[in-house]
Design a protein. Structure first.
Length: 558
């Protein structure tokens, strides 16, 4: 009896063990399937992300020429062409929004999406979005209204992300609301710390069984709804979650949907998110100049001066050709297809500015910029980087490498031209600054407008001249040896930084030192001439008059 029961127990234990093993195998299979799904999702996202980056260059070649033609006065004479071009621009803008949406979704999926909180007037923010949709409402004869009782409600939020959320919701509402339908935006307070934004439409609505699915990635309704990317509402939910808010969908009466966004006032996030984003910081100094400087096509009107030189580094032949067409009237241009070729060209002829793409074969834009900015022979050359990568991480990396400007594709042609012009003008201003400080006790290390490698060069140059300017045998060859540059590279560097040759700079340094001595010591002119490295007092007097417009004797009497 006992043996039989023990046998039964053994049999049951074995059955339990078998079941346990089966469950473990099933769990393992489920985990592997889940991993496979995750890998497939990541592969899909990576594929679309890479494709989106590739889209930016051809999109640039659509948008930039179209914007140029639309900004010309002649286009007003051909209304039909203008309307067609406006249609092209409208749809290229739409494509760009989709690309940016996918980029945001990728960053959100990787946990890299951050808020940039600012204080805004809620009524003004939503009214601007409302106004943007009025033409579409007229086109479809939709009764479109906006109701916000409080016009002074201030709230802390990420303007860019909330703008995208509301744009997504309204785009869906207009897409699915039929002709002669109705769309309402209503804003109301939930309490002192929260507000509610509701968008109600008279479209087909969302089936009850699908309400909990529409905020999931890549979900698309197949009833009444046209195909899309399936990430718009998912991305919107992610943006709202970052704000610690809610996004809900409910039925409208008698038909349609109501999408509701509930947002808290994110005051507590302001302290850590109160800075402008990098694009604003880098772009703001020239944004105000665009209106002033692009009214005329002639950027450099002084025809007596040679055009500034520009090196374009771009592997896409069509974009390179377009940039040549866009900039050749204002600049003397050389081109290269990658960073290595660019460095070879710069060894022969220096440029006033380098305009480079980011992603290129052999040597990309970041590596090229690093080479230029860490090499004393080229560190002074401004670099503008064009990129299809719109992430803050890439912008920060580009600027940290030493790029002077970082411009996303597709770019505005006017903005690009003004950015290049202003950087070259800034370089000229710095060069004038150096010219004014010849012979003074100027400390380049305290000048934060120039790269540290150029500060070190100027510091070494000035200390060398302080030590050697009294020696009449001090030559350009000796200066080259001390500062560690060949004669030709010293010539290029000094011309770029000061607009003087090394020989001219040595003479000017000596003359300015002579002026200081004449004013401070009131000594013998012949003795002072010898003290600052001139062997002939007569030659000193001649060069002194050329430099200052007066004789040494007149300078003493002042």
């Amino acid at each position: 009896m006992i043996r039989r029961r023990n046998a039964e127990l053994d049999h049951k234990n074995k059955a339990i063990e078998n079941q346990k093993e089966q469950l473990q195998n099933q769990n393992h299979q489920i985990r592997e399937m889940n991993k496979e799904v995750q890998r497939a999702t990541q592969a899909k996202l990576s594929f679309f992300t890479n494709i989106s980056h590739e889209f930016r260059t051809p999109l640039t070649l659509i948008q930039a020429p179209v914007n140029e033609v639309l900004s010309s006065q002649d286009i007003e004479k051909i209304p039909s062409v203008k309307n067609n071009l406006l249609l092209v621009r409208q749809n290229s803008d739409r494509l760009l929004r989709l690309i940016n949406q996918l980029m945001d979704f990728r960053k959100m999926d990787a946990g890299k999406l951050k808020l940039n909180i600012s204080k805004v007037n809620l009524h003004q923010l939503i009214e601007e979005i409302y106004n943007a949709f009025i033409p579409l409402a007229r086109q479809k004869n939709i009764d479109f209204s906006f109701d916000c009782p409080s016009t002074n409600r201030i709230i802390h939020l990420d303007v860019d992300k909330i703008d995208k959320v509301l744009f997504n919701i309204l785009s869906n509402a207009f897409k699915f609301t039929p002709q002669n339908g109705r769309i309402r935006i209503n804003v109301s307070p939930v309490d002192d710390t929260k507000i509610k934004i509701a968008v109600a439409d008279s479209g087909p609505g969302v089936p009850h069984k699908k309400k909990d699915k529409i905020f999931k990635p890549f979900y698309q309704q197949d009833e009444h709804r046209s195909a899309g990317t399936g990430i718009g509402l998912s991305l919107s939910k992610g943006f709202i979650d970052l704000h610690k808010g809610e996004i809900l969908v409910a039925d409208n009466t008698p038909t349609g949907s109501i999408f509701t966004v509930i947002l808290p006032d994110n005051k507590d996030l302001q302290a850590t998110n109160n800075l402008k984003t990098a694009p604003d910081i880098f772009a703001q100094p020239v944004i105000d100049e665009v209106k002033k400087d692009t009214n005329s096509d002639d950027f450099f009107t002084d025809t007596s001066q040679p055009k500034p030189s520009l090196l374009i580094v771009e592997d896409d032949e069509q974009l390179k050709s377009y940039l040549l067409q866009l900039l050749s009237s204002d600049y003397s241009i050389e081109t290269a297809s990658n960073g290595k070729a660019a460095l070879s060209l710069l060894e022969k002829n220096q440029a006033d500015l380098v305009l480079t793409d980011l992603m290129m074969p052999e040597m990309d834009g970041t590596e090229l910029t690093g080479h230029l900015k860490n090499n004393i022979e080229t560190s002074h050359i401004p670099v503008v980087m064009l990129t299809a990568k719109a992430g803050m991480e890439q912008k920060t990396e580009g600027i940290e490498t030493g790029a002077d400007a970082y411009i996303e594709k597709p770019f505005d042609p006017k903005y690009l031209k003004v950015r290049i012009k202003k950087l070259i003008e800034l370089h000229k201003t710095l060069r004038s600054h150096y010219q004014q400080n010849i012979g003074n006790f100027y400390s380049p290390e305290t000048d934060h407008n120039i790269p540290s490698i150029d500060q070190k060069f100027l510091s070494k140059l000035h200390s060398t001249l302080e030590e050697w300017h009294t020696d009449p045998d001090f030559s350009v060859e000796k200066m080259s040896e001390i500062v560690g540059l060949s004669r030709i590279h010293l010539y290029r560097k000094m011309k770029a930084l000061t607009n003087y040759t090394p020989s001219e700079y040595i003479n000017k340094f000596r003359l300015h030192k002579g002026m200081q001595k004449l004013r401070n010591e009131k000594g013998n002119i012949s003795g002072i001439a010898l003290d600052v490295g001139f062997t002939s007092p007569a030659y000193f007097t001649k060069k002194f008059r050329e430099e200052f417009g007066k004789t040494p004797s007149e300078a003493i009497e002042e």
